[in-house]
Design a protein around this ligand. Structure first.
Ligand code: CA
Length: 228
């Protein structure tokens, strides 16, 4: 199976050039011309690597990177416009794996993409399975067991659970959860988050008033119970 690349770049000439050169090298390429659209495609397609332009309209590349990093260790190659040191430092601190300054040569670009895909990134960084004895989540197959019994979650509920687990023990506000778990959080209100969390809590803690590991912290938000 060929590796899938998501290119988030608003400059149509560069997007086309990158798509062409990657396609020729055997990659399956999807492009998005803006940050929000890119995030939507990212959540839908789960690409193997992301090529991310820094200068995007509305939501810039740094914000997109932050959103991607909340839920994924996918390799990200940033494209910067000027060879600014500050961009480089910011990119590597923000979780980018590599960066290239435009204009760049196609041979070097493809070599960098291939090098990132060879890195044993995800397996080491994020465990495939979470278990606290009662709740077991398999992040690869997206299956959830509660006390050994399978539980059906919607994709949003699964992302919500993944976000809470990733920040285990921390209280996350509805606004933060909206950012982390909804692929297109714009136009959705915190009420929707509360409703989804309520359903998720019910699914994880079968008995009413019972033993859901997700705690509501009045006035602040929600947290997945930390390790005791
Ligand atoms: Ca740009």
């Amino acid at each position: 199976m060929s590796d899938r690349v998501l290119v988030i770049e608003d400059d149509p000439d560069i997007a086309l050039g990158v798509r062409t050169v990657l396609g020729r090298s055997g990659f399956e390429v999807t492009t998005a011309a803006a940050g929000r659209e890119g995030l939507r495609v990212f959540h839908r397609e789960r690409p193997d690597i992301v090529i991310l332009d820094v200068g995007l309209p509305e939501m810039d590349g740094w914000m997109v990177l932050e959103r991607i990093r909340e839920l994924s260790e996918v390799p990200v190659l940033m494209l910067t416009s000027h060879g600014q040191e500050s961009d480089k430092v910011r990119g590597l601190r923000g979780g980018a794996d590599d960066y290239l300054t435009k204009p760049f040569g196609t041979a070097e670009f493809v070599a960098r993409v291939q090098a990132l895909l060879r890195r044993p990134h995800a397996a080491a960084a994020a465990p495939d399975v979470f278990s606290d004895g009662r709740v077991r989540v398999d992040f690869v197959t997206h299956t959830v067991l509660v006390a050994g019994a399978p539980v059906e979650l919607t994709p949003t509920e699964f992302r919500l659970l993944a976000a809470l687990l990733r920040h285990r023990g921390q209280v996350l506000s509805p606004v933060k959860l909206l950012e982390l778990a909804w692929s297109d959080p714009f136009g959705i209100g915190p009420e929707r988050v509360k409703y989804s969390v309520m359903r998720l809590r019910r699914k994880l803690g079968a008995e009413p008033g019972g033993d859901s590991p997700i705690e509501a912290v009045r006035g602040f938000g929600y947290r997945y119970r930390g390790a005791e």
